[in-house]
Ligand binder design. Structure first.
Ligand SMILES: Nc1ncnc2c1ncn2[C@@H]1O[C@H](COP(=O)(O)OP(=O)(O)OP(=O)(O)O)[C@@H](O)[C@H]1O
Ligand SMILES: N[C@@H](CCO)C(=O)O
Length: 285
């Protein structure tokens, strides 16, 4: 058995929707999955691109851990071709987890269903990135007790994301540690209104994206980890360009054109499509 799992990157939060809003982006990690014909066990992993020479090549590899979380215990040969940069706020860890869950479900003959989201989201403790990589489009994710849920919507065709990716890495775990336990009531109320507006902006009316992407719950608290990111966001927003931190940073996500007067030196600027399909599985011979 041999198949290819192709999984999109994602951007979480989208400014106001901390831990709730996500969107899939047209940048992909491909994982070729094969099971030894003779039924022998064993594990082999090869990695090209992002993470090559850095990620472990044993049972602790994130894709393998996610495969195992689906209950598949047999032999596995993985070839990972990664284009999603690690620790930049583009959902690389969620993409790896979703790839592993999709591979595990395929190996055990199951359709990707709500249990796939549950398993994937349990790895990160929130479902925003994982739901986007699984389902594509724009997602709202939430949890009810220990169950993770998400709804998927189509992005408006006029939503044209641009990502500005710095070379510096920033770990999600580290910058979550910068967040306060409590926020002022006024900021919580602001976030609720703007996040609701963001759903409308992303799916029906991108003209209100500037207000919709204004955040008060995480970016300023995390600024010490990536001051240049916050500077670029503030410069863009002052000129009327909707911009916010992608996920836990340090990538900036903006909508529209980048004005020449904004200094984006040190950032790799790329226009990406919104991915509409989510994770894809294709048989290989
Ligand atoms: N394809 C992969 N294969 C193996 N491990 C991976 C893969 N992608 C990410 N990882 C692991 O996840 C880490 C990055 O996770 P982290 O949550 O900090 O950032 P991110 O997922 O890129 O960003 P964000 O969650 O803010 O969008 C990497 O340093 C690596 O250990
Ligand atoms: N919502 C998450 C996304 C990163 O995984 C955060 O901002 O920490």
């Amino acid at each position: 058995m041999k198949f290819l799992v192709s999984v999109p990157a994602s951007t979480a939060n989208l400014g106001s929707g901390f831990d709730a809003l996500g969107m899939a982006l047209g940048m992909y990690d491909d994982v070729e999955v094969a099971v030894p014909e003779d039924g022998s066990g064993g594990l082999s992993i090869a990695v090209d691109g992002a993470g090559a020479g850095e990620v472990p090549l044993d049972e602790t590899h994130l894709v393998v851990r996610a495969v195992r979380a689906t209950g598949y215990t047999g032999g596995l040969a993985l070839r990972c071709r990664n284009t999603i940069p690690h620790a930049r706020g583009l959902g690389s860890s969620a993409a790896a987890i979703v790839a592993g869950v999709a591979a595990g479900f395929t190996l055990t003959g199951r359709e990707l269903d709500t249990e796939a989201l549950q398993i994937a989201a349990e790895f990160e403790g929130h479902a925003d990135n994982a739901a986007a990589s699984l389902f594509g489009g724009v997602v709202v994710a939430w949890s009810e007790g220990e169950r993770y849920r998400a709804v998927r919507m189509d992005a408006d065709a006029r939503v044209r994301p641009i990502v500005l990716i710095p070379s510096q890495e920033s770990s999600t775990r580290t910058t979550r540690g910068l967040l306060p336990a409590e926020v002022p009531h006024a900021d919580a109320a602001h976030a609720a209104g703007r996040a609701a507006l963001a759903v409308h902006a992303l799916t029906s009316d991108p003209s209100v994206l500037l207000a919709a992407t204004e955040d008060r719950l995480h970016q300023n608290y995390r600024e010490p980890a990536w001051p240049d990111t916050v500077r670029v966001i503030n410069d863009l927003r002052k000129l009327g360009v909707p911009a916010c931190v992608s996920g836990a940073g340090p990538t900036v996500i903006a909508f529209g054109e980048i004005p020449a007067e904004v200094d984006v030196h040190g950032f790799d600027v790329r226009r990406l499509d919104v991915d509409r399909a989510g994770v894809r599985i294709r048989p290989l011979d």
